[in-house]
Design a protein around this ligand. Structure first.
Ligand code: ACO
Ligand code: ZN
Length: 153
């Protein structure tokens, strides 16, 4: 688990996103996170190959767990290649990102959105102490709802 290091690695991350998730983003969106929040844009490397990523950002917003306006880490997109799942890679990517959100950026909480049907991801987040805060109706382009899940840091 380490911060992403180059634009070449960014291209590898985008390829993983394309094969693992229906949510894709324009290049500038990836690049913005790469430029601004590299400490919390992490890659998992196995045998020299990038097999997973966790792209996060920092925001100020109304707390999902705490009251008032707080610094929030936002997990924008996380994925692990199918052949490398159930080995704790996503857990390690999340723990490292949450540590940096708290200790480098002073985040008070962390949040994310996840498809209500995405049981593997929901279990991962619940295991990490996230709670379902609310349902975002029709959040995804295909009409599926999202859970907003959050945790104090
Ligand atoms: N079924 C049930 N529980 C699961 C599953 C599964 N298929 N996968 C993970 N979990 C739960 C388990 O509790 C697991 O612990 P255990 O293996 O000890 O039982 C725990 O999550 C931790 O699993 P990890 O090994 O750390 O997770 P992994 O590296 O396999 O990655 C991930 C999980 C990221 C959800 C992976 O399945 C994936 O890439 N899925 C496709 C992309 C995706 O859905 N990303 C999340 C979208 S939401 C967002 O990006 C904010
Ligand atoms: Zn989001």
């Amino acid at each position: 688990m380490r911060p992403i290091a180059s634009e070449e690695e960014l291209r590898a991350v985008i390829t993983i996103n394309e094969v693992t998730l229906p949510e894709h983003y324009p290049y500038f969106f990836w690049y913005e996170h790469y430029e601004l929040w590299r400490d919390i844009f992490l890659v998992a490397v196995v045998g020299g190959k990038i097999v997973g990523y966790n792209m996060c950002r920092m925001e100020m917003g109304i707390g999902h767990i705490k009251r008032g306006i707080v610094k929030q880490g936002h997990v924008v997109s996380i994925a692990v290649l199918p052949e490398y799942r159930r080995r704790g890679i996503a857990t390690a990517l999340m723990l490292r990102a949450m540590d940096s959100m708290k200790n480098k950026y002073g985040a008070a909480e962390v949040y994310l959105e996840v498809r209500v049907s995405n049981e593997p991801a929901i279990r991962l987040y619940e295991k990490l102490g996230f709670k379902k805060v609310k349902v975002l109706r029709g959040y995804y382009l295909d009409g599926e709802d999202a859970y907003l899940m959050a945790r104090e840091l």
